[in-house]
Design a protein around this ligand. Sequence first.
Ligand code: PSU
Ligand code: MN
Length: 289
Amino acid sequence: MTQKTSPSVALESTVISHGLPYPRNLELAREMEEIVRRGGAEPRTIGILNGELIAGLSAAQIEHLATAKDVRKVSRRDLPIVVAKKLDGATTVATTMWIAERAGIAVFATGGIGGVHRGVGGAASVDVSADLQELAQTPVIVVCAGAKAILDLPATLEYLETFGVTVVGYGTDEFPAFYSRSSGLPVDVRCDSAADVADLWRAKRQLGLPGGILVTVPVPEDAEIPAHEIEPVIEQAVNEADAQGLRSAQVTPFLLSRIAELSGERSLNTNLALLKNNARVAAEIALAL
Ligand code: PSU
Ligand code: MN
């Protein structure tokens, strides 16, 4: 395990292979890298090819993950499988963090993290993304637009609190809800600059506390979809996932693609806008460290 941190920004590949439709996924992957570069940091898109964990995919490798049909979504429990069987895999927030940390990368930009899924009919859900446990144990700063309201956001924040993950609002006092800038839920601390985030990170490391921090950045105003407009779509998608009996790793990709189908170009544009914005903020933080 290396302690080295370079001004690099990790980028994930599940959003490319399972989160966005082709060809927008490929365009987005390239644009995020370009934005990080323009911000003065080195983009390192992370993925798995032939069982090899790669922190810094080439353009051709990114294109492969954006277009191939047999790319597995790889969360922490899948790592030994893809490595042993020499498979291709796209990394989630959890596995991107894990690989980034081992490559000496401290900052990672994504769109939305996984979290605690909504239960059906008011019941508690046992579907909790491995992303949350990774934040609890792996020291990486994850820059995101909060979490999609496909999840139970209050339960997700409770979980993060239980496991000691500091949640930062970047220029906001509220936890952003991905498509929407607000959720009505408070963050733990507001930071108004990359230097503020860097201070927090240094304090955490000096204290010897394990795990990462979550930096949440609201979607740019001109791309926001108000909660009351996106909520009926989310509810329909969640109900369909339940009716189809979907479980485990299938749930999130189904919800993402169903919401995109039901709400069309607008939600896709929102998704792309926040991803690019997060790449810009992550580069600023990487430089400030
Ligand atoms: N949320 C999004 N877009 C995404 C994901 C989540 O808005 O692309 C992806 C990320 O890679 C995240 C993963 O780490 O889904 C979470 O999957 P699961 O809920 O199965 O842990
Ligand atoms: Mn899950």
